[in-house]
Design a protein around this ligand. Structure first.
Ligand code: ADP
Ligand code: MG
Length: 166
């Protein structure tokens, strides 16, 4: 089931990320899909904020993998932020150690995850961002199982209760 929300500005995308980050759990893997400039990094930075990451989170375009310390429900969590845009072959996914981020003490965000499709854990969440330039963005949560459906419904409803932008 797909759940859509709209973001009218970079700030709203980041705020959505922050809200989402506050609801993530250790072991979650999020595949962030969308064209160049859609807002994947902006969303990831918001997620980092929601997880209490205090260091700046630059785009991992050239460095591929960044790691941060965050807080998740009062305990420490490792946040891994990847950008696989520059990978050419699926074998490189193994070489750079993408799978090491799929662990119970980690929350993992992957921009351009397509090349790693065969390596992603089955229960990852696909988040797609549509739109470009100064236009509004649609953020689509593709919940592929009932667990994610329940969680996404709760995340969207709790944002409505907070009076946030829809
Ligand atoms: N509603 C919006 N949400 C996110 N980014 C937006 C929005 N409107 C304009 N932008 C701009 O689009 C760009 C998104 O960049 P970035 O997050 O790096 O995208 P990506 O990682 O998908 O390539 C930023 O320059 C941002 O200011
Ligand atoms: Mg990016």
């Amino acid at each position: 089931m797909d759940y859509k929300v709209t973001s009218m500005s970079p700030e709203q995308t980041r705020a959505w990320g922050k809200h989402l980050g506050g609801h993530l759990r250790k072991g979650d893997v999020l595949a962030l899909i969308g064209d160049l400039g859609a807002g994947k990094t902006s969303l990831a930075q918001g997620i980092g904020e929601g997880l209490g990451v205090t260091r700046p989170m630059p785009s991992p375009t050239f460095t591929l993998i960044h790691e941060y310390d965050g807080q998740n429900r009062g305990t420490k969590v490792r946040l891994v932020h990847m950008d696989l845009y520059r990978l050419q072959h699926p074998q490189e996914v193994e070489v750079i150690g993408v799978e090491e981020a799929f662990s119970e003490d980690t929350i993992c965000l992957i921009e351009w995850p397509e090349i790693a499709e065969d390596y992603l854990p089955e229960n990852h969440l696909m988040v797609e961002i549509l739109g470009s330039g100064e236009k509004p963005r649609e953020i689509i949560f593709h919940a592929q199982d009932s667990d994610w459906e329940e969680r996404i419904k709760d995340i969207i409803h709790s944002r409505e209760r907070l009076g946030g932008p829809q």
